[in-house]
Design a protein around this ligand. Sequence first.
Ligand SMILES: [Zn+2]
Length: 73
Amino acid sequence: MLKQDCLLCKILGLLAIAGALNWGAVGIFKFDVIAGIYGEMTTVSRAVYVLIGFSGLAVLAGMIIKCPKCKQD
Ligand SMILES: [Zn+2]
């Protein structure tokens, strides 16, 4: 899936994966990696959460409609 994607799709995909792994860490270790790095509910950590949320939406959209840049390659 990631191999033939364009750079933007790769970044969005990796961000979504990072978010999923963070939730895994929250579930298993009760540790929020993003909050650990950027502080709890700081502007930066919230921006990262928003970015991950947006990436999730983008990945979801990518399942329905193919990104025009990926089509070119
Ligand atoms: Zn793409």
